[in-house]
Design a protein around this ligand. Sequence first.
Ligand code: HEC
Length: 142
Amino acid sequence: MSGEDRSFSGREIAAFATFSVLAVLLGVGAYQIGYHRISGHQAGGASMAATQGAAPINGQTLFASNCAGCHGATGGGGVGPNLKTAAGWALPDFGEAVLHGNAPGGRKLSAVMPHFAQQGLDGEPPTDKQIKAIHDYLAGVK
Ligand code: HEC
């Protein structure tokens, strides 16, 4: 009898206690990660809605979120070409390229370049003011 009792005390109890503590810690950790994900998501959604409603149009921000992934952080080129030349195009030409994929001289841009009239800027239908803001931004950094 006392032999069996001994087998349940000491190391086994310590191991069980350690396991329980770890299980609780893991549970709390997982709960907190989930909690932060959810609350972070909600806060992000709210601030985005506020930005779209109130913030002035910012060419740099628009470029960063819609174009920089392909054309480089300041339009220096990447998957898409350097936009130095396009920064010098007349605004209507620039708009036609960005919105419909038609470059000056009847040149069709490849399908890799999105047609932003359909795709939208930041998920919203693009406005003339936004196109002008992006054009002004590029003219400023080029
Ligand atoms: C998915 C990648 C991608 C995104 C995002 C993208 N572009 Fe492009 N863009 C390209 C590629 C590739 C070309 C080259 C197409 C060709 O020459 O046929 C191009 C070409 C252009 C051109 C013509 C440049 C020239 O000199 O011929 C302009 C202007 C342009 N993009 C502006 C923009 C703007 C402004 C945005 C954001 C609103 C944007 N692009 C977003 C890939 C992209």
